[in-house]
Design a protein around this ligand. Structure first.
Ligand code: MG
Length: 306
């Protein structure tokens, strides 16, 4: 899916470049090399006298005239630029020698020509500004710009002291163990770290301000309720969870066997797929409070997409 959208982006840009080049070619004046060599007015008069000019085309613009033509011997192309007032004498000389004359009007310097010549650049600049604006992750961004934009990243951390005779709940799952966290709520470190990662990515504060431990409402509350509330905060901001990755650090008990159930429970609370939550367990190698089994900690990161 990812490489598909990348390929689509590359194709899109290649197409834009081709369109810009084609537009540029269409709007540019005709190929300069086709005009031949530039000569001066007196040279042309001399060649006209020698009857060495096969045919000419006069390009009439607002401020100057340009004559393009071809010599008989040797066959070659030329052009000459001149002020308007030279034209009548020259045309008379050419007519006397029977040289066929074509006239073309060139709208140089008019708004039409400026617009035609500048259009590709104007389009490109406008498109570039449009793209840059759309790159922002937010409400206004289009679906394809959201895909191109970098996700928002959030970091969360939590630690709780462990004491005998308390329930141990991690990732919304209660597990048999002689100790449990000291906490106002259920003390679920993993859920708390994930809440903070999600709130951080959304720029929506943290768990302490959303669910203050001074509020009796949250006494003994299941942390899955916190997760559900965080999900509504994200929904209000039109943000979607990309991925959650977390590490739980505890000396005991073994958490790995409970991970499938934890991912299931937390995914349900957040209304995402369990595959969007990655969990890992670590011990603290017997050092510090966590290593001595006096505390349990968790780190989490989360990505959000608009
Ligand atoms: Mg906590």
């Amino acid at each position: 899916m990812k490489s598909y959208s990348t390929a689509r982006t590359i194709l899109f840009w290649m197409l834009m470049v081709i369109v810009a080049v084609v537009l540029w070619k269409m709007a540019s004046p005709s190929d300069q090399s086709a005009r031949g060599r530039e000569i001066i007015y007196s040279d042309l008069i001399a060649q006209v006298e020698k009857e060495n000019v096969r045919e000419v085309t006069l390009y009439i613009s607002e401020y100057s005239y340009e004559l393009q033509g071809e010599y008989r011997e040797p066959t070659s192309k030329f052009f000459v630029k001149m002020p308007k007032e030279f034209a009548p004498d020259l045309l008379r000389a050419l007519q006397q020698k029977g040289v066929p004359i074509r006239t073309m009007e060139v709208y140089q310097g008019t708004w039409t020509s400026i617009l035609l010549n500048g259009l590709p650049i104007i389009l490109l600049v406008a498109f570039w500004i449009f793209m840059v604006r759309q790159m922002r992750v937010g409400k206004g961004a289009l679906w394809w710009a959201r895909r191109l934009a970098l996700p928002r990243l959030g970091l969360g951390y939590d630690l709780h002291r462990l004491e005998y005779g308390r329930k141990l709940i991690v990732g919304g799952i209660e597990m048999p163990f002689e100790k449990g966290p000291v906490s106002h709520s259920d003390g679920d470190v993993l859920t708390h770290a994930i809440c903070d990662a999600l709130l951080g990515a959304a720029g929506a504060g943290d768990i302490g301000t959303l669910f203050p431990d001074t509020d009796p409402k949250w006494k003994g509350a299941s942390s899955l309720v916190f997760l559900k509330h965080v999900a509504t905060v994200l929904a209000e901001r039109k943000l979607h969870i990309g991925h959650i990755d977390a590490v739980v650090i505890a000396e005991r008990p073994k958490l790995g066997p409970h991970f499938p159930a934890m991912r299931e429970a937390m995914a349900r609370a957040l209304q995402i797929k369990p595959a969007q939550i990655s969990l890992k367990a670590k011990t603290n190698e017997g050092v510090d409070a966590v290593g001595r089994g006096e505390a349990i900690a968790a780190h989490a990161i989360a990505t959000l997409e608009a």
